[in-house]
Design a protein around this ligand. Sequence first.
Ligand code: GTP
Ligand code: MG
Length: 197
Amino acid sequence: MIIKDAKFVISNTDYKQCPTDGKPEYAFIGRSNVGKSSLINMVTNHKGLAMTSSKPGKTQLINHFIINDEWYLVDLPGYGYAQRGKEGRETIRIIIEDYILNRDDLTNLFLLLDCRHEPQLIDMEFMEWLGENEIPFAIIFTKIDKLSKSKVKENLAKYTDKLQETWDELPPIFITSSEHRIGGDEILDYIEKINKE
Ligand code: GTP
Ligand code: MG
């Protein structure tokens, strides 16, 4: 798919305030700092569309971007950021969960995992929660430029082994680097395929 146009539409904390024109939407979720906002900029080829920061906790709202006037990309706040404190984490958890459970136009979620880390409990639990609630999702490994090819392969194998303990069938998996612009086309092709179904 070619991105002709990508525009910011609205930010809010409440899924009820999200756009209501029924266009399909795809959201990026994952731990704070995993690279959600950077990946939105890379995939759309629009630097500065989503706000990024080297400090975790940058994205605090549900952000809608309209792509080619046809579908939405949604940047969500990250989960699990310790510095936010218990109350702050709870507020973000509710925003994210309400959005995921109630947003009818949410077509597919992309769960981002930092390829440098071993499988993390918080991500595994989040995936189980998605499964229990029958939310379709794909996995995106981020920041592969930070590791050697063999180390990426090794870490991915650890993740798939771990996932196979719970899942009979693995979700689609994408491997990306926003820094080196890797993996964006595959994500767009996947979205295009779903949009046509
Ligand atoms: P929150 O909004 O806090 O939840 O974070 P986020 O998941 O949106 O992360 P963000 O895109 O803001 O990126 C966090 C940091 O990681 C920034 O310093 C980015 O430059 C860096 N980063 C993101 N993607 C990549 C990547 O592919 N490679 C490298 N080397 N750095 C990346
Ligand atoms: Mg962000």
